[in-house]
Structures are given as C-alpha cells and as structure tokens.
Write a protein that binds this ligand. Sequence first.
Ligand SMILES: Cc1ncc(COP(=O)(O)O)c(C=O)c1O
Length: 380
Amino acid sequence: MKLFQNHSPSEIQAYPAHVLDDILRFHRALPGYAPTPLISLNGIAGDLGVGRLLVKDEGRRFGLKAFKVLGTSYAVYRVFHERSGGRLEPEEFVGERGRELADGITFSCATDGNHGRAVAWIAGLLERPAVIYVPRGTVPARIDAIQSEGARVVVVDGGYDDAVRRAAEEGKDSRMVIADTAYAGYTEIPRYIQQGYLTIFREVSEQLKKMGEGAPDIVFIQAGVGAFASAAAMFFNSPSDGVRLICAEPQAADCLFQSAKAGDGMPRSVSSGKGTIMAGLNCETPSLTAWPSVRDRFDAFVSMEDDRAREAMIRLAAEDVVSGESGAAGLAALIALCEERPDFLSEELRLRDNARILVINTEADTDPDAYRRIVGFRGN
Ligand SMILES: Cc1ncc(COP(=O)(O)O)c(C=O)c1O
C-alpha cells in the first residue's frame, strides 16, 4: 500500500439543501427506487479493532448491481429539463413527456461496465437505442449485462481512455454521449453525474439519524476518475465538520493518488497497462470537473494491491454483503491502513477510539465467475 496525506484539506462549495432535495425527488420518481441498506459490519470491526463500521450497499441499487445509475439518470433528466425550457417535473421523466424529449436520440458512452449498463437502462426506460463502448478485455458477463438492457456493445482495442475517445468521436454528430468523466470542452453532463451521486450520502445521513447516530467520522471512497469521490467531497464539504475522507485506488490505476502526490495541483494520467481486478477503478485520468474538489477536500489517498480487494470481498461475503472487486475497494483501503499503518488513523487523522467508519459497496458481483473464484461461492 502507498499512502499520501493531504495535511491541509480545505472547505469546498456545498450544495444547498434544496438542490439535494431536488436530486432525491428525481431518484424517488424512477421505477424501483428504494434507499439501499446501511449495514453494520460488527464482525469486521471487531477483527480490525475499529469502533463502528458501516457499509452502504449500493450493490442493490435498482437491481443493476451498482450505484452508477444515480448519476446517469440525473444527468439525462437535467439535460431534458433544460431542453424543455425548465418545464419537466421529475415525475414526468419516465413517461410520455420524457419519451417525447428523447425522440430521435441514440444514447452512447464509454464504460468499464457499470456506467454503460446504467446508460443502457435509462435508454430502455425512454424506449431509445444505446451504443456502449468498452475497453479491450472487458469480461463477457459485463458485456452481457449491458446487452441485457437492450444496448449494442462495441469493444475498443485499447483502455478506458481510448473507449472514452471513441465514444466521443463517433457520437459527436448524432448521439447523446453520457460520459462520466469530464475533459476539455465536455463538462456539463459529468457535473450532473457527480451531483446525482449525492443521493447516496443524503440517504446515509437520514439512515444514521434513524439509527440515532451522528455523521461518520471517516468515509472511504473508491475512485476511478473521481466523480463519485467528488460527490463525497461536496456532501461532506467542510473538514471542520470532522468528517475525514480517504480516497482508495488500485496501484495499477492510481491517477488521483499520483495527482495528489505530485503536489502542484494539476491532474496526472497514469498508464493502465498493468491492469487490475478492480475493473471499475481502472481509469487513467482524473475527471476534469471532479479533480479540484477531491484534491482540496480529501484527507488522504491510498493506492493498494489487488489482493486487498480480494480480502475485502471475502470479509464482506462473510457478513452477507455481496461485493465485487471495485465495490470492496473502500473496505480494502481500511484493511490495508489498519494492517500496514496502524497509527495513521488515530495519530495522523486523530480519529477517536470508537469512531464511526463508513465504506460504500459500490457494486455487487458484476463478474460472477471472478466472484465465485475469489469468494468460493456464488453471489446473488
Ligand atoms: C463499482 C465502481 N465503484 C467505483 C467507481 C468509481 O467511480 P468514479 O469513476 O466516479 O471515480 C466505479 C466507476 O465506474 C465503479 O464502477
């Protein structure tokens, strides 16, 4: 494991409560909406010698096995909302009005699996086609899952960045490209996607309140391009509220870690040639719109080996949480810190003894064969 600490995390701009309410109102209007469970992991907490450990199980989001649809659905809604001159209520998105606004559109994106399935699902809701670009080596189960939503899949001979470029190039004239990463000239949709993820933290805070508990003391967030991490930064926007944020990445694709470590504030790309089992995090370049808030607000960046993710998957399975390789990465970083830098949380981050720790299981067994090989039995 490699660790980089940001010694002076700073406050970033918060979203006003009414914006968070509107985002949640939109998600509630989608078919099958239910808050995902917040589960206590007492066994793992005991083993690691930490106070209280909770997992938000996004593997159960809308039956799609990952959190990503929260971002894509909200982005499409916001684009349609603007196209309609501000006259599209959240409740009208799925229905005649949404279908009218989607008329003639082919949706498209690049993905390492989960985002593409989410875009395909939205296209299906709106009764429109989708073309999804995946990097070379994407496992058949992830391709099948996208196709099962009715989309066409194109396998690109290259990595994630190549798939992003191909989707942008081939879609520029005739398709609505829903990229979750922002690059020069393309920032609006990625920003909406980042906002869509806020619902996760909004739900967590309501669930903690119901359990009679306060805010988490520390949150572990796994990152690919950092869009999800930026949502955590926006929600827990001020370090003075006492919530520490830790970014978790695979060593083979640790672009946020490397960017933070470089220390000049600029994002860095890494080569993803080595590969990682954490396919959802196998991204070479931070998102242009996500990076500044992650850079400023996060307390630390962890870059870790694939074996940590395997270990976290097995531990989560023992507590009946089905977690894929990328899904388990937040817990994997906590395990790595507890074992390799046991002083870090208490001394450097000054975490109290029975701190409340939050991890997010961002995906279930999206590669069922690999899941079975690692955990020893089937997931869902
Ligand atoms: C399961 C899973 N977790 C986490 C992430 C990371 O999200 P981001 O790319 O916004 O950092 C992804 C991205 O696709 C993912 O699929």
